[in-house]
Design a protein around this ligand. Sequence first.
Ligand code: 6GP
Length: 839
Amino acid sequence: NEEPQGFVCVPEIRVEDDRTGLDIETLKRAFADNLFYIQGKLGSMATPNDYYMALAYTVRDRLLQRWLNSAQTYLRGDVKVVCYLSAEFLLGPHLGNNLINLGIYDRIEQAITESGLDLQELIAQEEEPGLGNGGLGRLAACYIDSLASLEIPAIGYGIRYEFGIFDQEIQDGWQVEITDKWLRYGNPWEIARPEIAVEVKLGGYVDHYVDDAGNYRTHWIPDREVHGVPYDTPILGYRVNTANTLRLWKAEAPESFDFQAFNVGDYYGAVDAKISSENITKVLYPNDEQVQGKRLRLEQQYFFVSCSLQDMIRLYLLENPNLDNFHETFAVQLNDTHPSIGVPELMRLLVDEHHMAWEQAWQITTHTFAYTNHTLLPEALEKWSVQLFGRVLPRHLEIIYEINRRFLDMVRIRYPDNDAKLASLSLIDELGKKSVRMAHLACVGSYAINGVAQLHTELLKKDVLHDFYALWPEKFSNKTNGVTPRRWVVQNNPGLSKLISRKIGDRWITHLDELRKLEQFADDPQFQAQWQQVKQNCKHQLTKQIKERTGVVVDPTSMFDIQVKRIHEYKRQHLNALHIITLYNRLKENPDLDLQPRTFIFGGKAAPGYFMAKLMIKLITSVGEVVNNDPDVRDRLKVVFLPDYNVTNSQRVYPAADLSEQISTAGKEASGTGNMKFSLNGALTIGTLDGANVEIREEVGAENFFLFGLTTPEVKEQKANGYNSWDVYNANPGLKKAIDMISCGFFSHGDQQLFKPLLDSLLYDDKYMLFADYQDYIDCQDRVGDAFKHKDAWTKMSILNTARSGKFSSDRAIREYCQEIWQVEPVPIELQEYVQANA
Ligand code: 6GP
């Protein structure tokens, strides 16, 4: 019968067929097939990207069965699912990670080599999805990796930005931002699901009325509606059958708009409306820890949260008759306050759309959400002016007022006649321009609140959220951050991984505490030599990359002293620069000084609107220009600014580090996660008692950590006692000289104005206490320089750093969240030989 049969009956899919087989010949054929049938190319005309795409599809085919089986298993009624709501997921490239997690890296490498190609080159083709700014977004990516690896049912919900974090170029020493067109050549890892798109309302007004049965009802009449289309990406666990879903929402104009406008002849008006709707997910706001009070940003937040909650409700109602036990199926984590609009949105969905009584809806809501705070910086605490809020989300503003009314009634009972308490706890800031405090909304609407390192959580309880802590101490707990050892050791440091596995087996990859077994070899000369060799290889690779990307030639035997992270005054990259200038001056005074050669490597992006941060980049590159080219230095110091620091580029950086710079002002860095990646890869830390540095030092031992600087209470005390940086400057000749050189144009071709804003902020304010910490930092760096000269002792410290960093696995962190906050259990996935086509 030659007639096409249609799809009346779809046959079952046999999964162990040519499309999923894992022997080398099958892999090679699948790769060639995909090149031909998907990319439409023959080898002779294929670009490197075509090859990458063909390989990506070959790998994707091999994880689809896990993905479908996982989804089907979770649909069963009795599974509790974690929903991680985050405006950012800084994933990094998928291909290498999926090869490792699937356990097919070596086979694929062989198949690709036998096809006459180079696997590393194909992996390098992938445009990374840079859908995040920094720590917060990267943490979300580590956490979804761990959730899948621990076989926890989970969905990551976020935004499919068309343009992620900008690409950074350095021109004439300044940062230049380039649009990140990451979707330009297509994205083989995502599958669009337009059939389950949802509608999101915006703007307009609210109608209150009594229905025929006498019930109070609310009707929100929006002035705009937008479609949310989910794009799903599989997130594979490490060597398990679990493949969870990352569901990112894209905004599209609803069809109806076009038709309406078409009928009245306003075709261009319709197109305008379409463009304006689609703008919602156009671009990631590139600010890290600095709120951008823009209407579009609020629309982004509401858009993805509403889509996600509607999606959860849809899924829930597939299996349940009503929403009464919604919170028993979903644990929803708010990754900072960006998704905290979820609290009034869930209330609206339950009360307005599903006609639930307020009290019951509030019970469900406050048993659904948990909130993680990621920063203590006041400029990062989100507030929305009531006026703007009411214009975008009129119904939510009403709901927030009602939540607040009930909340403050409770506060009044707890603190009678205490107006100050009411004002400080209220969801509405009444001072100046009235605004909604999103952190307060998150606290009131959540059953659990956590910080991301011990010190940070203590400071939350003491300062920022003190009044909430007094009210509900039982809601608070600490969950120290962690990073995934799959990406941050196995993938980015294969040499080290193999060395470790040869010594202690490979269970450490999922049980990172087992790295402790390395301690016994810390003094073993043979092991030390192997350890050094691995580090040296990594430094060679980075040296090559530095040459290619910046033209600077560095010495791989020098100490690699590295600071990579967003550029921020509180992170104090300029303190690091002052150290470089200080060493430079010593060499100028005494060219024959026996100085430990160092390569200073910086990387990081500045928010495009953050002038001071951009000036810090210019300072670093300017100092580099002078130092790198001064013959007196005789190459003993080199300064490199690696452009476009992102996940891909970072993977060469951590393994090559000798020294990790974690030098923020005490009390400012919530946790840090780069600090963990460095330590795991055997770098020693020079750091303040800030964020997770405190715990890293506790774990690795004070003798294996270079500590300097004021403590958090000391910072506070000095400020209270009228800290004056001008006096410190005048009293410290080394510091004074460094500052004066910048000021007189030594690093700026005589331009005395260029760095003035930066210097003025240091000399007349020094909010982040650089001058207060300067001398201690320099002294500590001298100890680092001396220690590095003793190769064996240094190597021992390096081994012990790796061996004792097991705590900083995101698996440990996720286990704590599962047990202490979400109350969820692993659900192992069975691989069925057949995927039921009609299931
Ligand atoms: C960051 C914190 O600055 C960093 O210390 C922490 O490790 C990371 O979050 C993960 O918890 N915060 C942000 O990136 C941010 O935007 C609003 O906070």
